[in-house]
Design a protein around this ligand. Structure first.
Ligand SMILES: *Cc1c(COP(=O)(O)O)cnc(C)c1O
Length: 380
């Protein structure tokens, strides 16, 4: 790379994706890649999804921006698609971290309490509130002082329940910790957390930025765990690539978020709302059923990975997979080897090879990508 004028906050692979179609990405050298990343869990409906593309193109010819000073039927439509038949309301943001900021602000304002409990290995974003709730010291390094009154406990550990007291405004968690290593929440433990929250008038915030919008075969992964959070945050796949975030809360919290209490210039603009509407209208029960059927194929194939020397264990749910590699097999070298074989994959904390394929990928493509990974790892 020659002279750069971009801050070096990202380590970049030495090629540039320039077009995408369906589940295939093409780079500046003309090489094609089968995509097992969806961006980072964003383009879940694949590249150039016809309905999203058409909706955005139509909206481009009407109005891109006018502010939140006027009525906006697209926001109403996306909000009602997000809440379904539940008594909930939505605040729109532009990203995952902003959705979590909104959740933190609402939780403090609605409860009149300040303390928040989060978990080690969590990831909630990079702005001050969300970063302060992120259980990864590397993400916070050098940025002290952080937002006060935020503490951390061990995930999936009954001992952590004692930290949920009447002093808390909220508990925030992911039902599957994504960036932190694809760590799946234990269903019984999650219910104990929820029960303790209810008993202590603590709001339960579930961060569905990565797990939501069909990733595990449900609109939101917490539905598969039978949970009933007070606040849910969404972003990543919500507009299939246009920047959007959403904070969904029970309607009883609405009084704390009156006019002037929170806002954003760009959030909920007609262009991203048109994209989000086109995403959510494709997220039908039959689409989600197909995701679940294809998930069974993924997890059947992954069963045989456990026996490989290079693999310590495999974790995840649906189209969200973590392959935990042995120390002798650095994940970044595996990712680069797979790139040479025409396959894009991701990493997560703990030498984890992370897979987030588009939900529209066929069983054949899923099988062939997993076979490539299996062969590559069996040579280690
Ligand atoms: C990616 C992610 C975020 C942050 O989203 P941004 O859009 O990058 O701000 C927050 N929470 C979780 C669980 C995520 O995976």
């Amino acid at each position: 790379m020659s002279m750069t004028h971009v801050f070096p906050t990202y380590e970049r692979f030495p090629f540039e994706p320039i077009s995408g179609n369906g589940v295939v990405i093409t780079d500046n050298n003309g090489q094609d890649y089968l995509d097992f990343t969806s961006g980072i869990g964003v383009c879940s409906l694949g590249y150039q999804n016809t309905k999203v593309q058409n909706a955005v193109q139509v909206q481009l010819t009407k109005l891109w921006h006018i502010s939140n000073l006027y009525e906006n039927h697209l926001q109403e439509s996306v909000a009602s698609l997000l809440v379904g038949d539940e008594d909930k309301m939505v605040f729109f943001a532009n990203s995952g971290t902003e959705a979590n900021e909104a959740a933190l602000k609402l939780a403090r304002k609605a409860t009149g309490k300040t303390q928040v409990l989060s978990f080690h290995h969590s990831f909630h974003g990079r702005t001050y509130g969300s970063m302060s709730m992120t259980g990864n010291p590397g993400v916070q390094a050098g940025y002290a002082p952080l937002v006060p009154d935020i503490s951390f406990a061990d995930y999936n550990d009954d001992a952590s329940l004692a930290a949920i007291t009447d002093d808390l405004a909220a508990v925030i968690l992911e039902v599957i910790q994504g960036e932190g290593g694809v760590i799946v929440g234990d269903q019984d433990w999650l219910h104990k957390v929820q029960d303790k929250c209810q008993a202590t008038h603590t709001l339960l915030i579930i961060d569905e930025v990565q797990t939501g919008i069909g990733r595990t075969g449900y609109k939101f992964a917490y539905q598969g765990f039978g949970l009933d959070p007070d606040i849910v945050t969404s972003a990543k796949a919500l507009a299939n690539g246009l920047p959007v975030g959403a904070m969904i809360g029970k309607s009883k919290l609405g009084a704390a978020f009156g006019p002037g209490s929170h806002g954003s210039t760009f959030a909920g603009n007609p262009l991203t709302m048109a994209a989000a509407e086109a995403v959510l209208t494709q997220l039908t029960p039959s689409f989600l059923e197909q995701v679940q059927t294809k998930s069974a194929v993924i997890w059947d194939t992954l069963n045989k990975f456990d026996s490989l020397d290079a693999v310590k264990s495999v974790s995840g749910k649906g189209f969200m997979v973590g392959i935990h590699l042995a120390e002798a097999v650095p994940v970044n070298s595996v990712i680069q080897e797979l790139q040479k074989k025409g396959l894009l994959t991701l990493s997560a904390v703990g030498n984890t090879l992370r897979l987030l394929p588009p939900l529209v990928m066929s069983e054949d493509d899923l099988s062939s990508g997993l076979q490539t990974i299996y062969e590559t790892l069996s040579e280690k």
